[in-house]
Design a binder for this molecule. Structure first.
Ligand SMILES: [Zn+2]
Ligand SMILES: [Zn+2]
Length: 167
C-alpha cells in the first residue's frame, strides 16, 4: 500500500490540511489522503496540565491502515515528563503525530511551513532517520523558533538514506 493516511485529531481547518497534503505529495513519493477526522480522545487528556498525552494519541493512530499514518492534532501534546512536544513518531515507524498548537502564526504561510517541516521531520523518523546537525529538516526543534530556522528539506545525507521514499 503506497498511500499515507492523514488523520485529523480535533479541529484543524480543512483548507489547511488540503494544502499540507499537497505539499507533502511534492516531497514524498507517496499519495497522501485525509483518511479520517476524529475527536480528541478523552482518555488521552491530562487534565491538570490541559494537554494531551502524545503517546496515548499515537497509540490510537497505530490502529489505522495505510503505508504510514500521520496524525495532525489541534491541541497541545506532551509526554508526562516533558513540558510539551511538537511531534512524535512510533518506534515501529507506522505512525507519527504533530501538534499544530504551538505552530500557529498570524502569517498563514509561516504556519503552513511550520506544519510541513514538523511532518517531514516526524515522517523522516518513521523512515529511520535520526536527528541531524546539518542544515536539515531533521534538526531537533526544541521550540517553534528552531522550526523556523531549519529548512523544509532533507540534507544530502538524510535524503540519501531515504531516497526510495522521496520524489
Ligand atoms: Zn525528532
Ligand atoms: Zn540531515
Amino acid at each position: 500500500m503506497d498511500t499515507i493516511n492523514i488523520v485529523i485529531v480535533g479541529d484543524v481547518a480543512p483548507s489547511i490540511t488540503e494544502i499540507i497534503r499537497n505539499e507533502l505529495e511534492q516531497v514524498f513519493a507517496y499519495r497522501f489522503r485525509v483518511y479520517a477526522r476524529i475527536p480528541l480522545p478523552e482518555k488521552c487528556y491530562m487534565e491538570k496540565r490541559g494537554q494531551y498525552n502524545a503517546a496515548c494519541i499515537l497509540e490510537k493512530l497505530l490502529k489505522y491502515p495505510g503505508y504510514r499514518v500521520v496524525g495532525i492534532v489541534s491541541r497541545d501534546i506532551a509526554y508526562p515528563e516533558f513540558n510539551f512536544l511538537l511531534g512524535l513518531a512510533s518506534a515501529d515507524g507506522h505512525a507519527c503525530i504533530i501538534s499544530v498548537y504551538r505552530l500557529q502564526h498570524e502569517n498563514t504561510h509561516r504556519y503552513l511551513e511550520r506544519i510541513k517541516k514538523e511532518i517531514m521531520h516526524e515522517l523522516g523518523h518513521t523512515f529511520g532517520l535520526k536527528h541531524c546537525k546539518n542544515e536539515c529538516v531533521m534538526r531537533f526543534s526544541n521550540t517553534v523558533f528552531d522550526t523556523d530556522i531549519k529548512p523544509a528539506k532533507f540534507c544530502d545525507e538524510c535524503a540519501c538514506k531515504i531516497k526510495a521514499h522521496l520524489r
